[in-house]
Design a protein around this ligand. Sequence first.
Ligand SMILES: Cc1cc2nc3c(=O)[nH]c(=O)nc-3n(C[C@H](O)[C@H](O)[C@H](O)COP(=O)(O)OP(=O)(O)OC[C@H]3O[C@@H](n4cnc5c(N)ncnc54)[C@H](O)[C@@H]3O)c2cc1C
Length: 471
Amino acid sequence: MTTVAVIGCTHAGTFATTSILRNHPDWTVDVFEKNDTVSFLSCGIALWAGNHVSSTEKMFYTSPEELEETGASMHMRTEVTDIDVKGKRLNATDLETGKSKQYRFDKLVITTGSSPAAPFIQGLREALDNGRAMLCKDFNDGKRIVERAKKIKSVVVVGAGYIGCELAEQLSTRDIKVTLVDALPHVLDNNYDKSVTDQAEAAFEEHGVTLAMNQKVVAFRPETGSDGVADSGVTVVTELGEYTADLAVMGAGFVPNTSLVAAQLRTLGYGAIIVDKYMRAATPENDVLDDVFAAGDCATVHFNPTNTDEYRPLATNAIREAMLIGENIDEPTKTYAGTQATSAVQLYDLSMSSSGMTLDLADRRHIEADSVTIQENYRPEFMLSTTPVTATIVYDRATGRILGAQFAAKHDISMAANLISVAIQAGFTVDQLASTDMLFQPNFDQPVNFVSSLAITAADKRSKDLEGIEE
Ligand SMILES: Cc1cc2nc3c(=O)[nH]c(=O)nc-3n(C[C@H](O)[C@H](O)[C@H](O)COP(=O)(O)OP(=O)(O)OC[C@H]3O[C@@H](n4cnc5c(N)ncnc54)[C@H](O)[C@@H]3O)c2cc1C
């Protein structure tokens, strides 16, 4: 009888467990999770804080009991404290009783995910310990933020990526004075070029959010909060200013939880376990381990636009990687298709979606890329309503291969990023996308759909540029 140990059970752990048991119903699958819940959708925390969640119970899509029914042996509130990868043994502590026990396994699945980055900044540790600053990751973090959101009058959100922006937006709809701080020059700078970030920043400013961009946080200092209680508030000190509020929330990215295995496996510089196309890990010397798998926020993904292994912590990646583990755990059969890190966000009535690389990222990677941006109404002007879509496509200057695209509109443009994701995965050029069949019907789009129009504009620009080069 084969025994599998799955370490960690949010998205990657849940999908790995169910896929293993679907493929091998007679195997023993021991699942270790230090929390008391599984499958929490942290993507809902900001909406929960903004009072836009129908029921917190619905923020979980499965339970330990349901996983037991599929055949898993669930060890909840049990933390794995060390793993001997080669010796195929681990120690786990029951967090309720404090008792530790050794378990053996034939195959190891590491789905330990990530923790919010809490960089070494003066006063941050103390602010976190005292509740003047909070992290935003799991169900318990969500509960704490939601409880405080009922009382606070002001908040500083540190980090203007997806999570920080979503929190800033939702908290600002509750009459809370919000300041959003980031070291990068623009909000959502890692996912969008200026054509979109300008609109996101305008939306924040219209809603009274103070933007403090281009400034690193250097310290957290205790303050008297709006409740008059000494040290219940916080001042966030940056290189350029000081921002005082009742609470600070950190949204400064994630670090992989791999300290248990980092010395035994091959990892990227900052700890993500490097997996191959079958989700197998390797020794530091790069010998593939047939019995050791990893997926999700603790592991790398293969980023198709650059053909490199990278760290891109997203639930979408965690789930797609983990589903493969069940297929490959006995023998390598099904390969991973990689990712474009396709994603979306809504701030107030502005929807934004993106897939692949921004032009800025391409420049930083020294890729000879170009981009075009168009703005046009998504459906004909004779309709009783329509609204403009801003669309940017990034492509390889030499080959025309699509590297990424971004969309923004006061209309649902999420599927446009999914369409670009398919095009990138298929290796399409802008010319191929320009001649792809797309529907037209005035309720939905123009005779030339805005994605086609974007690709046609890019293909025209590229052919003119090439002619110019040849002249
Ligand atoms: C606020 C927020 C919003 C997000 N929004 C989106 C979104 O809209 N779309 C999207 O695609 N992604 C989103 N993400 C990212 C997404 O949540 C993560 O990519 C996803 O949770 C990764 O799943 P995972 O299972 O790999 O890791 P995690 O969710 O980090 O889970 C790892 C699990 O392992 C457990 N664990 C760790 N170490 C041990 C140990 N030693 N012993 C036992 N158990 C252990 C942890 O308790 C945890 O339950 C968001 C994340 C956050 C925080």
